[in-house]
Design a protein around this ligand. Structure first.
Ligand SMILES: [Zn+2]
Length: 411
């Protein structure tokens, strides 16, 4: 018992002393399993990662898997891949180099909020508050609370009564920094742009925009661990956090999530065990009758995913969603040529239960529900350079204009 306590104390001390995690010479491998046995073997590794970090988990044969491997595990990892006979290539040679160049140099950083840099949660919240004070059409929304006592803040943009509602949720996975950055870009455009197409959607829909649905995790990804994905509540004596996009209370824990507390896809101890998902769901319930479109923004892999995630069975309006999705990604590509794929979660990835989108569709019947996986296709992964925020924001807004305009024809 003593030994155990001492061990845990030493471990906790080690974590505390370690400060901000570094990723010097961490390699991201892209593995392409071609058989179900290889997929299953990669799943076993993901369940007991032992220092490996899955940026894109195993899904099905011929779908790529991205794994970040620390330098002291490289030989073991390559041995394992050779044993299971899986093809792999080095996709990122040194993650720390990407992290070091993700933000502008210290001298080049602007003092005011903008879209050439990534910001801490308090800076995002100060900006939201300022926007709510500045623009009569904008008001702050308190969309939930977090384990560490933060608010989940968002912004409502409404130019007239009884517009159909669109909900944009971002950053539920902490490390996907491009999602909150894209959503603040879109807020700014909806309020300030003079472009006719933007004004048209800005003023004819009510927008509910939550840039960071996981503020504790987002802040931790800035201060301690750039690769943090989950919430920050204790999940057992050693590990923290549940995957907040596997924790929603519709078909919870019915596949594609982990019961292991240390896993990055841990579904939590029960549906809505996480205060973030529970309180955000309560907020959404209060406005659900107004919501016609729900979009959850993630990164990376350039995909537009359609629900459900929990089942292979297609939703009754699948053809309509696919049609809207195809038009949306065509609009997205028209600006910079950025190519997306569109399809069911289960077809493009694999079963994943407990997501926000499944819940809004399954519980509230919001039938126009979508998931965007933003830039890129893996050369930077989660560590997308801040210089790509504006182009990503522009093309994503192009995509959303088409998405809400086409969705409107269905209601
Ligand atoms: Zn995500």
């Amino acid at each position: 018992m003593w030994a155990c306590n001492l061990f845990i104390f030493a471990l906790a001390l080690g974590v505390a002393l370690a400060g901000k995690a570094r990723f010097d010479n961490y390699v991201v491998y892209r593995v392409v399993p071609t058989t179900q046995d290889q997929v299953d073997a990669l799943r076993d590794i993901e369940d007991q990662p032992d220092g490996l970090n899955f940026w894109a988990g195993p899904t099905q044969p011929n779908r790529t898997v991205d794994v970040m491997v620390p330098p002291h595990k490289i030989a073991d990892f390559e041995d394992m891949m050779n044993i299971i006979n899986a093809n792999y290539v080095v996709f990122i040679e040194d993650v720390q180099k990407l992290v070091d160049s993700e933000r502008p140099s210290v001298e080049a950083r602007s003092a005011s909020f903008g879209w050439n840099d990534y910001y801490r949660i308090d800076q995002i919240y100060s900006w939201l508050e300022e926007v709510a004070r500045t623009y009569p059409a904008a008001s702050l929304i308190h969309a939930g609370r977090t384990f560490e006592g933060r608010q989940i803040l968002g912004l409502k943009i409404s130019y007239r009564n009884n517009n159909p509602g669109v909900f944009l949720e971002g950053g539920i996975h902490a490390r996907e920094w491009i999602a909150p950055a894209t959503l603040t870009f879109i807020i700014n455009q909806l309020l300030t742009s003079t472009n006719t197409a933007i004004r048209n959607v800005a003023e004819n829909f009510d927008w509910y925009i939550v840039p960071s649905a996981n503020p504790d995790g987002y802040e931790f990804s800035h201060t301690n661990d750039r690769m943090w994905r989950k919430t920050r509540s204790p999940s057992n004596i050693l590990c923290r956090g549940a995957d907040p996009n596997r924790n929603w209370g519709f078909q919870w824990n019915t596949g594609g999530s982990s019961s292991l507390a240390c896993s990055d896809t841990f579904h939590g101890s029960s549906a809505f065990s996480e205060i973030e998902t529970r309180t955000l769901s309560e907020y959404i319930t209060t406005i659900a009758s107004k919501l016609k479109v729900y979009v959850s923004i993630h990164s990376y892999m350039q995909m537009l995913l359609l629900p459900y995630g929990f089942t292979r069975t297609r939703v009754s309006n699948y053809n309509s969603l696919l049609d809207i999705g195809q038009k949306s990604i065509a609009s997205l590509a028209s600006r910079y040529g950025t190519q997306y794929s569109v399809g069911n979660v289960v077809d493009l990835l694999y079963v994943a239960s407990g997501s926000s989108v499944d819940w809004v569709m399954g519980v509230h019947g919001i039938s126009n529900a979508f998931i965007y996986e933003l830039r890129d296709t893996g050369r930077n992964g989660f560590v997308l350079p801040a210089s790509e925020i504006i182009p990503t924001g522009q093309e994503t807004l192009d995509a959303l204009i088409t998405l809400v305009t086409e969705s409107r024809k269905t209601f």
